[in-house]
Design a protein around this ligand. Sequence first.
Ligand SMILES: [Zn+2]
Length: 364
Amino acid sequence: MRGLNSFYRSFYGGSFYRHFRRPSEFNHKHFRIQYTLKSPKNIHFYVNVNNGYHPCFIHVYDHGALSNLRAKNPEKMVLDRAFFDFDVSHPEARKIKEKLGSLRSHGTKYQEELQQDLMEKLRFKIQVGKIAKPAIDEAKDFAVKFKETFGTYPALFFSGGKGCHAYTFFRASSFKNINLAISWFAEHIKDSYGYQNMDLSVNKDAMARLSRIPYSKHQLTGFNVVPFTINDSYEDIIHKSLDPRVEKFHREDHSSDFNKHLQKIDLVESHNSQVNNSNLNKRPVFTWKNKKSNQWIDHRAFFKSLLGRPEREYPDKKYVMYHCPFPGHDDKNPSFMVHEKGYYCYGCQKKGNYWNFLRDSHGF
Ligand SMILES: [Zn+2]
């Protein structure tokens, strides 16, 4: 495909350390096949070699150094993107995939006609039965809401199966625990917007996180992983996927300061997990409501970690005062009161808890 090297260069960078992985069709761990990729040309090569026969997966994150990739050491990881997965759960399609998987475990030529027949059924379900539509519609909705808040659309890709992917890019940033932050964000928007098809499992472990390579061909359907926009119809997307042409990709078009939002969540969530992991700490922790103890978080501690020392503290009172941090309110007095269970501004009357605060200052 023309332009693929330059696509991979924009998407993954000019040099990096990632594994290409071909998850095994066989039920043996040692058959898992992986290669170290360092350049866009490497990706292109392995996609070509495996295309249509085997799934083509790659690490979402650049591991920053060969030794780190090998040692699974997160220290130098380049955390410059967030990846979201939408996947329709479809029992019939799953059955077909399982059957195909067990046939393919004997080789792609084993009972070839039956394999072809099952693949045809799967293709039909996707193309005519439109089983991927709920995932695609949700991803579009997510993209619109994301743009409203962060200013750019995530890059959307049809997976070639019954789902799709969304990537957003940002300046490489450091996080205490990016997994927790992205998981929190994903779980939260899944709940808030009722996204049935948002798959949270991909957000668990950044180190091991893999995604299907754009413009690779799905091994079970023959459909290609292709980009789409919120204006593409289902038919447009399938059409592109059957006859893919590499589209221009500019990472800036999908870049935002989402990292700053994630970093705020990171602060709270990594604090939570530390406190949760420590039996010594009996103080209320930074969650919306602590599931274990059913206690409310102490908002004074939360805002202290976010805004620093309060302007005013009173030894005998249970609240502290800040200058109001909301951009719309130019607060000359410290009018922003934070008590154990939330905040209230005497000036602009905004009130809520830490989650309201994150949402109101960042739109989520
Ligand atoms: Zn205010």
